[in-house]
Write a protein that binds this ligand. Sequence first.
Ligand code: HEM
Length: 86
Amino acid sequence: GVDSLQRITPSILKQHNKKDDAWSAFYGKVYNITPYIPFHPGGEKELMRVAGRDGTKLFATTHGWVNADFMLDACLVGFLVGESSS
Ligand code: HEM
């Protein structure tokens, strides 16, 4: 439930930038995208560009019409917050 979600700073997010441990933020929400990597229609290489960082801009530029919030609901880890808010 929502109570178990974490507040994640950019530096914490940055630690999850590996293929077997990839997190990314879209529109303020942080997702564990690791299980989705093999299923991305745009390929693994493109998706890994946003691993460990805020992917909102790149996502919006490539396919803003895709409902990532719905697709990745089960992969939600928490919310992106400012560096000093942890
Ligand atoms: C295609 C989902 C992140 C690049 C797609 C499609 C989906 C999707 C559903 C098919 C769209 C369609 O055919 O209309 C996602 C999700 C993402 C994500 C859920 C976040 C977790 C990204 C990022 C990039 C990217 C960050 C670029 C760096 C592409 C490209 C295609 C594509 C280039 C087109 C592939 C093709 O049609 O040949 N993605 N995507 N995606 N995605 Fe993503």
